[in-house]
Design a protein around this ligand. Structure first.
Ligand code: GDP
Ligand code: MG
Length: 202
């Protein structure tokens, strides 16, 4: 039997820019007030090898990020540095390795109904300039593909959040060992998930 939907877990990383902007409390608050449960947390300075492993968990990621990047150049009427998605994807990865290992990051595991999708929604789209208002990336930072590409660096968008349930499971295993992910009850889960709300009235 598969686990109850309320048990879904996802990985969130506050990237070095989030730490340097002193936004840890503000970012955690956004996930916490949704009703998600924090079940793991760790501050670490990841190695470039670790960052590479992280992004290569999805074997399609290099190609997908390359295609997205080429598309964004063309939308701006600029000739992309290469027409080969693998090549462009690899250069995004090289920049990301330097960025993500430049200082401490905060890795977290959040649990709750549809945690992967809900976290992506509240985190917002990749480019802060066009992320929806009300999302973390849309409200709290300012970066764009244009300036990042001009300066040959990755977009600084405060957060990494797992893209799919499958990636989430693998990413959590890469950043946390079993003992570091807590199994506990939060009292608020009763109002979020209980079928029978008896016990409220005295
Ligand atoms: P995410 O899931 O929204 O974080 O986006 P991706 O998984 O596609 O990309 C991972 C990270 O690489 C993003 O969060 C950005 O920091 C960076 N990035 C992705 N695409 C580009 C790009 O086209 N140009 C630049 N400069 N950075 C990018
Ligand atoms: Mg991603």
């Amino acid at each position: 039997m598969s686990a109850h939907p309320s048990k879904e877990k996802t990985l969130v990383i506050i990237k070095p820019d989030g730490i340097q902007r002193s936004l840890v409390g503000e970012i955690i608050k956004r996930y916490e007030r949704l009703g998600l449960k924090l079940v793991g947390v760790k501050m670490t300075i990841p190695s470039e090898e670790h960052v590479e492993k992280h992004y290569l968990i999805d074997p399609e990621w290099i190609r997908k990020v390359g295609e997205k990047s080429i598309g964004s150049y063309k939308k701006k009427g600029i000739k992309p540095p290469s027409e080969n998605p693998e090549e462009v994807g690899n250069s995004v990865l090289e920049r990301l390795k330097k960025y993500m290992s430049s200082g401490p990051v905060l890795a977290m595991v959040w649990q709750g109904n549809q945690a992967v999708g809900i976290v992506r929604k509240i985190t917002g789209g990749t480019e802060p300039l066009t992320s929806d208002v009300g999302t973390i990336r849309g409200d709290l930072t300012i970066d764009s593909y244009k300036i990042a590409d001009t300066d040959d660096r990755p977009i600084r968008n405060l957060i990494h959040a797992s893209g799919t349930l499958e990636d989430a499971e693998k990413e959590i295993n890469l950043w946390f060992n079993e003992k570091e992910v807590m199994n506990y009850r939060l009292v608020q889960e009763q109002i979020l998930y209980d079928v029978n709300l008896d016990g409220i009235l005295e």
